[in-house]
Design a protein around this ligand. Structure first.
Ligand code: MLT
Length: 265
């Protein structure tokens, strides 16, 4: 497992395959292993880089809050380290918040952007308060007490009842996340600014993906981004909730591969 010290922390990542680089940014509270199916599907034609965002997986936590800005700067530093000038950037949920932030700050380094199960709006005051309460609970009691509720929200009822492999994989990522890191990310997400006004200024091609049953970042949130980002493409994946890449990997991979292939022509 490569791990490099950048910006004062050890950052863990995988870098496989060759071709136009694609960087994957995971959601909360997960890690880069959630992209296994995408890594396998794309590495034949792409250099696939998956990274553990600060505090998650095997990457160190610096300080709380772990803001989307800090995470975007970590990604930029990793690109410098790997001498990747421009890349396709794929972010799911929190990874999408980071990808949008990255695109706003470093637009010339983004060949194209895929925003999956994410949104441009900031948290409402109520959502911020809920995150802060959850951060306190996690620091007090660990990840276990929030795991069942998180699973219910992230996956479809069908996946929850019939696909124990997916459920166990997601559960293991949640339980494996350090409470301090999860709390720091919750604080960081609560602080993130509203990015709606930036959408119409994105200069890269954009693909938006959303699970048809996503209740955390909904089809309406995806449609809002699609409406604001000129020329963007929208793919709604049926039979998926929030973790569309894990619940329907074939459809997710097909949408990504087609998007990239059309751009490479
Ligand atoms: C995620 O999957 O990254 C989270 O659900 C994002 C969020 O809580 O806003």
């Amino acid at each position: 497992m490569p791990k490099v010290r950048l910006r004062g922390i050890g950052i863990a990542y995988d870098d496989v395959g060759s071709g136009p680089p694609v960087i994957f940014l995971h959601g909360f509270p997960f890690n880069r292993s959630m992209w296994r199916e995408q890594q396998e599907a794309l590495a034949g034609h792409h250099r696939v880089i998956t990274v553990d965002l600060r505090g998650h997986g095997e990457t160190d936590l610096a300080a709380s809050p772990a803001t989307m800005e800090e995470m975007a700067s970590d990604v930029e530093a990793l690109m410098d380290h790997l001498t990747v000038e421009r890349a396709y950037l794929v972010g799911l949920s929190m990874g999408g918040y980071v990808a949008l932030t990255f695109c706003r700050r470093f637009p010339l380094r983004v060949r194209a952007l895929a925003l999956a199960d994410t949104k441009a709006q900031a948290d409402t005051e109520e959502a911020k308060a809920n995150r802060r309460a959850q951060a306190k609970q996690i620091l007090r009691e660990g990840m276990e007490p929030i795991t069942a509720a998180l699973l219910q929200k992230q996956l479809t009822p069908e996946t929850l009842t019939t696909r124990s492999d997916v459920v166990e994989r997601v559960r293991a990522m949640i339980i494996g996340t350090k409470p301090e890191a999860a709390a720091a990310a919750l604080e960081g997400m609560a602080e993130r600014p509203d990015q709606r006004s930036f959408l119409s200024r994105i200069i890269s091609p954009v693909l938006i993906i959303v699970g048809s049953n996503d209740t955390i970042t909904t089809v309406a949130d995806a449609e809002l981004m699609h409406h604001e980002i000129g020329g963007s493409r929208l793919e709604i994946i049926s039979g998926a909730a929030h973790l569309s890449n894990l619940e329907q990997p074939n459809e997710f991979n097909r949408a990504l591969a087609k998007f990239f292939a059309d751009l490479e022509q």
